[in-house]
Design a protein around this ligand. Structure first.
Ligand SMILES: Nc1ncnc2c1ncn2[C@@H]1O[C@H](COP(=O)(O)OP(=O)(O)O)[C@@H](O)[C@H]1O
Ligand SMILES: [Mg+2]
Length: 1003
């Protein structure tokens, strides 16, 4: 008996698929036709076709349109039945998948109730084959974008407008249109199929970000999200620098810092927002998932990520991401097990209390809803490499391999990843996998202001701190780095109490916080001159710990590490060490320094204070012994330790890049601590002979390393200037010399530099570096051209450069974020510098407010040669001001105003001013909105000038009338070599005719 007396459905028992189809024929037909739309039948057909159960000819025989639905459905059942058991089994599986619960009522699917397995397109399948095998998916993807698909097909020449009309017949539903489109494309052949697949792929990527309503997380996923976000919130609520001593939350203190795209991007001006990090702005490579935030130690990378995490956890930003997984590379270092991605997420971020597999499947299925962040790639004990491929999220691998494959996108493709790193650790291997790169540049001047005001609840105190920063611009420069701004704010009492001796160098600032923390432990005791000696033991214990860590890329310390270095509970209480936070709760208690720069400072203290330090340590630190020219190997550096405390070296082979950077910071502090100014302080702790020996040694090292640089300068080609391109370590050495504050040393070193041009483009020079540069360069024997293009000098940096302007004959500051304020101060100084003759300020933030200063410069300095102000914001008003200066100047040879907005009025003013001029050789007014009036005014100069050789008027609005004026003028002048007029308002014929009349016109 097959009848089921209870519910009337068929008992499937051991019935074959063929029998099931036959017996249930009526019911199946009913289900297929019940909705009166052919959609169900068509979806079934799509799947049968994709699987190959039906071939193309079968499909065409069952063509739906024009035939009654029931007839088509019957045809299908007949056909499938004749194809045998397997075909029927697949049909049942498809029906089970396609029909709704109501439509399925009364039907029995026997053993064929699992989801139909479609065969995947074989490797190397043709595009037309793929159209068949992927048909069900393609139909649903195409539904919403038929127009776009037709457009690209027409553009590529695969489709005619008749083809389009056939596909778009109004009687078709979108799905039917999609099917007709696929069928049409198939008939056109391989090329058309490829065009369509490419289009769908691109469109899908785009849509996957927008079209998120299609995902439906389960209850368990929501619970997991809740757990994850609450632990992220707890974790990111406080900054470690505020954790112990105040109640200030991240929300209270977070101050926007400057975030800029690493590459030029026309649509983006100025700073990016946090949301822009993961947004489309500035995307270089659409296929890549990884966004890199790079910046120097202390510029706020970890804080930025922390902010991002908190905003997400609070639901205040990045809500496109359902789950966010934060990782710290520093902490991942201590994971020595091999893990799968699933384990990495769940063990290191948040453990799902139930349904782990389901939640992980959700993550795999919805990569675009997931965000991973990795803080401090530089601190990972392995350099990034793409040698080991690992693609399977459930297979285990060592953590660095997982991490590298995640960043490359070979693992968890489509999951967005944000990674931070110091620039040293970012090589070309990583760069090719980046979606975009942004530079974090610390606080802007207004950011410093804002931070200080947030830090001090008493506005009067904030005002006093800011005032004292304004009077000490070297310190103000340092405050662009947030970690230093934090120290300065933290130590406001010391700062405001120190009067004349206000800190100038980074070492000064770190000594101030050292003193501050020591004092903090014993507030009733006033610190005496010998304060360092009182705390010598603490300094040595922590110093040793730091020193060993720096040489060993170790930043988190276990109890054993502390014991080996003699660190006591009392030392820990001083506050320099904090508990290492870990998002997963299963970590044991371990400590780390408040900040990596603090660790470098303690390492430096150890080198300076420890009398048993090997004599070669300093030479090694400065890279003068036993290492290559560029890097320093920690291995030989560690050998400087007394053998009892030599750690086991974790590193094998190549030292990681950031290690060198940390050693350089340490060396900078060593130079600072061994400044004569601190001799008195150190004398309480070490013998004078030891101190003097170390001072001499550092001075010698700096001098030697610099000379190595100088020797590498190649002889100039004849007729060219002798020029030095700064090598990577040059700026660091300059900073060390500055930290020592010995002008004799700077003088000695600079007396050996013999160049005419110093090139420091793209060297990451900010205000701090400017202070050091000026301190050292002011001792140059003869004037140089100083090229600082593409850095972050800014107005504060410009002010810092003033002390060396007298040895500068040209100053190049293209692309440096300089505004009128900086220019005002610069000109006030250089107007009195005889040597100063050229300045280039292309692409800054200059407006008409600075032109009066240039005007004064031109009036006053009758040996000034070149003024280049391209790509700023100068209008006709500014041009008028410049004209005033030009009128009284008889030296200027080059005037560049490309890409401003001076218009006709501005051009006329300049032309009038230049009437009697006898020096100008070159004038550029490219892209300035100049029309015929301007051109005719300029023609007057062309007519009369005895010096002008080149006039550039490309990209303006000049028509035939203006050019006629220029042609007439040129008749009177043999001196002018060319007048550039490309991209003006002239027809091809006009251009041809006028070129023939005057060959010096260039169109
Ligand atoms: N945007 C910011 N707002 C407020 N304080 C900041 C900011 N960025 C950094 N800081 C301060 O500087 C310290 C160091 O910043 P951090 O993010 O650790 O730098 P990095 O990771 O680049 O070395 C922080 O602990 C905090 O006190
Ligand atoms: Mg950090």
């Amino acid at each position: 008996m097959l009848d089921n007396p209870e519910d009337g459905s068929w008992q499937s028992g051991s019935m074959s698929a063929q029998e099931l189809v036959l017996r249930q024929r009526t019911e199946i037909l009913h289900a297929l036709c019940s909705s009166r739309s052919s959609e169900i039948l068509e979806r079934v057909l799509d799947m049968l076709l994709a699987r190959g159960t039906l071939v193309w000819e079968d499909y065409q025989n069952i063509q739906i349109s024009g035939t009654a639905l029931g007839t088509s459905a019957r045809q299908l059942l007949d056909l499938v039945y004749t194809k045998g058991v397997e075909a029927c089994g697949f049909l049942l599986a498809v029906l089970n998948h396609v029909l709704s619960e109501a439509q399925k009522a009364g039907l029995s699917f026997g053993a064929y109730s699992s989801d139909p397995e479609l065969t995947e397109a074989p490797c190397g399948a043709s595009a037309t084959q793929t159209l068949l095998t992927e048909r069900p998916g393609l139909v649903s993807k195409l539904r919403g974008c038929i127009d776009g698909a037709l457009h690209v097909l027409v553009e590529s020449g695969s489709f005619t407008s008749t083809d389009c009309d056939e596909v778009q017949l109004p009687i078709f539903t979108p799905s039917q249109q999609a099917r007709h489109l696929l069928d049409h494309v198939r008939s056109k052949g391989e090329a058309a199929a490829r065009v369509l697949l490419q289009y769908i792929l691109q469109n899908q990527e785009h849509a996957s970000h927008l079209n998120q309503e299609t995902w439906t997380p389960t209850e368990d996923c929501f619970k997991y999200k809740k757990k994850l976000s609450s632990s992220v919130a707890v974790q990111s609520c406080f900054l470690s620098t505020y954790g112990g001593t105040s109640n200030m939350t991240l929300d209270d203190i977070y101050t926007e810092s400057q975030l800029e795209l690493a590459h030029d991007c026309a649509d983006v001006l100025g700073s990016l927002s946090l949301e822009d990090l993961v947004g489309i702005v500035g995307t270089l490579n659409e296929d890549a998932d990884t966004v890199l935030v790079s910046g120097e130690a202390g510029c706020g990378k970890s804080t930025l990520l922390q902010r991002l995490h908190l905003l997400w956890a609070q639901g205040a930003a990045l809500q496109d991401f359902f789950l966010l997984f934060p990782f710290s590379c520093r902490r991942l270092n201590s994971e020595h097990r091999e893990l799968s991605v699933q384990e990495l997420l769940f063990h290191h971020c948040c453990w799902p209390d139930r349904e782990q597999d389901q939640i992980f499947q959700f993550i795999l299925d919805h990569p675009h809803l997931i965000l991973f962040t990795f803080d401090g790639l530089d601190e990972l004990k392995q350099n990034f490499s793409d040698e080991h491929r690992h693609c399977c999220p459930t297979q285990r691998a060592p953590v660095p391999i997982l991490l590298f494959n995640l960043l490359q996108g070979s693992l968890m493709k489509g999951v967005r990843k944000v990674v931070t790193s110091r620039p040293e650790a970012v090589g070309p291997a990583l760069k090719k996998y980046l979606r975009k790169e942004v530079h974090l540049k610390g606080f802007s001047p207004s950011g410093i202001d804002c931070f200080v005001r947030k830090h001090h609840s008493d506005p009067a105190v904030a005002a006093r701190v800011l005032e004292s920063l304004q009077t000490n611009t070297a310190l103000l420069g340092l405050c662009h780095t947030p970690v230093l701004c934090w120290i300065v704010s933290q130590c406001h009492k010391e700062l405001l109490g120190c009067g004349e001796g206000s800190p100038q160098t980074i070492t000064d600032v770190y000594l101030m916080i050292l003193q501050h923390f020591f004092q903090h432990q014993n507030p009733q005791k006033t610190l005496r001159i010998g304060w360092m000696q009182e705390h010598l033991n603490t300094a040595l214990h922590l110093g040793l710990l730091a020193f060993k860590g720096i040489g060993n890329s170790c930043y988190i310390f276990s109890d054993t590490d502390l014991q080996t270095c003699g660190v006591t509970e009392e030392d820990i209480c001083m506050g320099f060490l904090i508990h290492s936070k870990d998002i997963s709760s299963n970590s044991c208690k371990r400590l780390e320094f408040l900040h990596v720069t603090m660790q470098c400072f303690f390492a430096a203290l150890y080198i300076v204070l420890n009398s048993a330090m090997d004599r070669s340590a300093i030479a090694k630190l400065f890279g003068l012994q036993g290492m290559s020219q560029t890097g320093m190997s920690s291995t030989c550096f560690m050998a400087c330790l007394p053998s009892t405390v030599q750690p086991e070296l974790a590193l094998e082979g190549e030292a990681i890049a950031v290690e060198t950077a940390n050693l350089q910071i340490t060396a900078t502090f060593v130079s600072g601590l061994l400044s004569q100014r601190y001799r008195g302080l150190l004398l309480h702790c070490c013998s004078s002979s030891t101190i003097d020996r170390k001072i001499r040694q550092v001075a010698r090292c700096l001098s030697k390393r610099m000379q190595k640089h100088f020797k590498s300068i190649s002889q100039p080609v004849e007729g060219e200037k002798k020029s030095m391109h700064a090598m990577p370590a040059f700026v660091w050495l300059i900073k060390c010399i500055y930290e020592m504050q010995e002008s004799r040393l700077a003088q000695d070193i600079m007396s050996k530099l013999d160049v005419q041009h110093l090139k420091l483009t793209y060297c990451n020079i900010g205000p701090v570096e400017c202070t050091a540069l000026a301190y050292v360069l002011q001792h140059l024997k003869s004037p140089v051209g100083l090229q600082l293009d593409y850095n972050s000098v800014g107005d504060v940096g410009v002010e810092q450069l003033l002390p060396c302007m007298h040895v500068c004959n040209s100053l190049y500051l293209r692309n440096n974020n300089i505004s009128d304020e900086g220019i005002c101060k610069l000109i006030a100084k250089v107007i009195h510098c005889d040597n100063f003759q050229k300045i280039a300020l292309f692409n800054n933030k200059l407006t008409d407010a600075c032109t009066q200063h240039f005007s004064r410069l031109l009036k006053t300095k009758q040996n000034f040669l070149a003024l280049r102000l391209g790509n700023n914001n100068i209008t006709a008003e500014g041009a008028k001001q410049l004209a005033e200066g030009l009128q009284c100047n008889q030296s200027l040879q080059y005037l560049g105003l490309w890409g401003n907005k001076i218009g006709d009025t501005g051009a006329e003013a300049l032309a009038r001013a230049l009437m009697g001029n006898k020096s100008l050789l070159w004038l550029s007014l490219v892209e300035n909105g100049v029309g015929n009036a301007g051109a005719c005014a300029l023609a007057d100069i062309v007519k009369n000038s005895t010096t002008l050789e080149e006039l550039c008027l490309t990209k303006n609005y000049i028509t035939r009338t203006g050019v006629e004026c220029l042609i007439q003028a040129l008749k009177h002048n043999t001196h002018v070599k060319s007048v550039w007029l490309k991209s003006n308002e002239l027809s091809v014929e006009e251009v041809e005719e006028m070129t023939q009349r005057e060959s010096r016109l260039i169109f």
